[in-house]
Design a protein around this ligand. Structure first.
Ligand code: C2E
Ligand code: CA
Ligand code: CA
Length: 661
């Protein structure tokens, strides 16, 4: 070592940044350089005691904490034993590592934060491949590190945003270095969820983008609570029904759709009768409970597409969408009036009775604006209340009147059915060649105490609309089979009894089951029962219709197509269905023999029906000329006033005996 080193040793030692300290075995400082004093932040260390370990060696540095006036620091020590003035001592190199240590810790802290924050963090490189993710990322997306590192970030895309959305996002990142917004992404389990995402760029020293960091929060829960807030804003807190605000927006929407599809809407305004009495006598809690129950009962009586709202107090509104007939609203109103009349069971064994008055406005009849319809329903409600409560009123008087008449009929018909006011008349079916009665069509009549004998043309339509037709039809079927069986038992020659089946009955009730039951109960032989179906019943959902017909056939009953020529009237189409008899509608028979076209049509129908192995029956034969023509064309059977109108059973038997003698 050059001599100069020794000469300048003190200077050299002071020049190095690491501290150099010599201590004896008690830790008393024997020597320090400048840096040591700087590191320990002590001016005069000589003779002082430093609590530093000496049992370390040059090659294995040891980290220690430094307690300094400015705070805690870190030092790295390397020690070596030396001889100092003939005694054992130690030279210690002290490196201040406080700065790097702090930086290191910050990193570790950052890493800890990275992993512990609830936000998902994802780093992608400049080619948008994922380089880092944190624990929350895995929790939110369901993807583990192994599954995503190196993969394109587009793996999370939900498909809910268009290219435009991503273009704008990247444009913002490129110009401002930042983007924040709500975005829908997709979890590993393919569930789509909303997240609040902020993306920042990471650049290197020269400003070139190396990475992008995305920090995101799963806001599906937040969204849910927003929805909750939204729900509260649009619903009545007591009944949880939609409020006026929501009603208006639904109404507006419904009007738009109804306009487009040319449909009718009805708005019902309800006001409870005697609600105030309940409130006054049983208290507000009872009143609230009643309102909740009313809400439930109303909702349960309506279709899911109908909107029930509470406007406040004891006022409710119902929006009926897609009503097929003006009377539908009246039917609903009547049903609700009846339903709310029923007693109410409140807690504490309280039973109360209330009623309801209803005002109805219709779109488009009464207007095309939400507020307008509400207003008019309200006016109608006022009139309903004035009329004496517990009733409904349309905004316009003549609709009210017409509906009420029909409703009256319905109410009376319902009662008539249960009171046994229906009758079955029998019209003979005659074999054209022999002139003998071989069967009878059962035709229903209603013996109305008020209006006398009512024709089915006046009530079958209404019965079909209200569903009453099923009970009427089943009753007629049962009555006709019982009668047929009684005739057989009385020794009359066997007759085919034809019973009409309404399209409604055919489609919505289990007709084959009902027929089977009736045959079993009455004992009437299946092969004497003929069911008359219309084309309209068969043409909808043919596959199902064929199945039902086959089941009926399997029971042994005969099947006829009624009113042929008034509907779809395709003979080749009829081939699809297992039928036995074709009944040519009266309208073709009427003008025979005057009109050539009717003659031709009738002749053709008979000929084709025969090639399809169908027997042909002509309806409504009133003249001998008509009968002669049908005979010439080979028609098999006929019905008509020429022989007889439909008759009560007893009269029918008399006629039968006279003709078939
Ligand atoms: P429909 O099935 O076509 O019955 C024939 C109708 O024509 C009967 O009228 C009958 O009285 C009438 N009629 C028969 N011969 C003549 C004639 O020579 N001249 C004229 N002008 N009319 C004749 P009705 O009994 O009033 O029945 C009308 C319709 O009511 C029936 O037409 C049928 O569609 C329906 N209907 C009757 N009873 C029932 C039933 O029990 N269930 C179902 N679903 N519908 C029934
Ligand atoms: Ca018929
Ligand atoms: Ca007919």
């Amino acid at each position: 070592m050059p001599k100069e080193i020794f000469d300048n040793l003190q200077l050299i030692l002071d020049a190095i940044t690491d501290g150099i300290v010599v201590v004896n075995h008690l830790g008393n400082v024997l020597y320090t350089n400048h840096s040591a004093e700087r590191i320990f932040e002590r001016d005069n260390l000589l003779g002082k005691t430093l609590a530093i370990p000496v049992n370390t060696n040059i090659d294995a540095p040891q980290e220690i904490n430094l307690v300094r006036p400015s705070g805690i620091g870190w030092a790295e020590l390397r020690a070596a034993p030396i001889q100092w003035q003939g005694k054992q001592a130690y030279v210690i190199g002290v490196r201040d590592i406080t700065d790097s240590k702090l930086k290191d810790d910050r990193l570790r802290q950052a890493a800890a934060v990275f992993d512990n924050i609830r936000d998902g963090v994802m780093m992608v490189d400049d080619k948008l491949r994922i380089t880092h993710i944190n624990t929350a990322f895995t929790e939110i997306t369901g993807y583990t590190e192994e599954e995503v590192i190196g993969k394109p970030s587009s793996l999370l895309r939900s498909g809910r945003h268009d290219t435009e959305f991503y273009t704008q996002m990247w444009h913002s990142i490129a110009t401002t270095g930042h983007w924040q917004g709500e975005i829908w992404n997709r979890r590993k389990n393919s569930e789509v969820y909303p997240e609040l995402l902020s993306i920042s760029v990471v650049t290197d020293k020269s400003g070139i983008i190396t990475h992008y960091v995305g920090v995101f929060a799963d806001i599906s829960k937040l969204k849910a609570s927003e929805l909750q807030l939204d729900f509260l804003a649009h619903h009545d807190p007591l009944t949880r029904l939609p409020n006026r605000l929501l009603l208006l927006s639904r109404l507006e929407h419904a009007i738009k759709i109804a306009q487009r599809e040319e449909k009718t809407l009805a708005l019902l305004m309800l006001d409870l009768d005697r609600f105030k009495e309940v409130n006054d006598s049983f208290g507000h809690l009872a009143g609230d409970e009643l309102l909740q129950q009313v809400a439930q009962r109303l909702t349960s009586r309506l279709r899911s597409i109908d909107t029930v709202c509470r406007l406040g107090g004891d006022e409710f509104t119902i929006l009926l969408e897609e009503i097929t007939h003006l009377d539908d609203a009246a039917l609903v109103a009547t049903d609700l009036i009846n339903a709310l009349c029923e007693p109410w069971q409140l807690s504490k064994d309280t039973e109360v009775r209330i009623g309801v008055s209803i005002g109805i406005s219709l779109y488009p009849d009464h207007g095309n604006k939400p507020e307008q319809l509400l207003q008019q329903a309200d006016t109608a409600l006022y009139h309903a209340k004035a009329e004496g409560r517990g009733c409904f009123k349309y905004f316009s008087e003549n609709i009210s009147h017409a509906a009420r008449t029909r409703m009256d009929i319905e109410v009376r018909l319902r009662r008539g059915i249960s009171e046994g006011e229906l009758r079955v008349f029998y019209q003979p079916q005659v074999d054209i060649n022999t002139g003998r009665i071989v069967g009878a069509e059962a035709l229903v009549r209603w013996q109305d105490p008020l209006n006398g004998l009512v024709s089915p043309t006046l009530f079958i339509g209404l019965a079909e609309k209200t569903g009453l037709i099923t009970s009427i039809g089943n009753w007629v079927l049962n009555e006709a089979c019982s009668q047929g069986q009684r005739w057989l038992a009385a020794g009359l020659p066997p007759l085919t009894i034809a019973v009409n089946v309404s399209p409604y009955q055919f489609r919505y009730s289990h007709i084959d089951k009902v027929v089977n039951e009736v045959l079993t109960e009455t004992g009437f032989p299946a092969h004497y029962l003929e069911l008359e179906l219309t084309e309209s019943a068969l043409m909808q959902r043919e596959d199902e219709a064929i199945l039902i017909l086959e089941r009926l056939h399997a029971l042994g009953v005969t099947l006829a197509i009624d009113d042929f020529g008034t509907g779809y009237s395709s003979l080749s189409y009829l081939k699809l269905f297992p039928l036995d008899v074709l009944k040519i509608d009266k309208s073709f028979i009427n003008d025979i023999p005057q009109y050539q076209s009717d003659r031709e049509i009738t002749a053709t129908i008979i000929a084709i029906a025969h090639t399809l192995h169908l027997k042909v029956l002509a309806e409504g034969v009133e003249t001998a000329a008509q009968l002669k023509f049908l005979q010439e064309q080979g028609c098999d059977l006929y019905q008509g006033y020429l022989t007889s109108p439909a008759l009560p059973a007893a009269e029918f038997v008399q006629l039968l005996k006279k003709i078939n003698k």
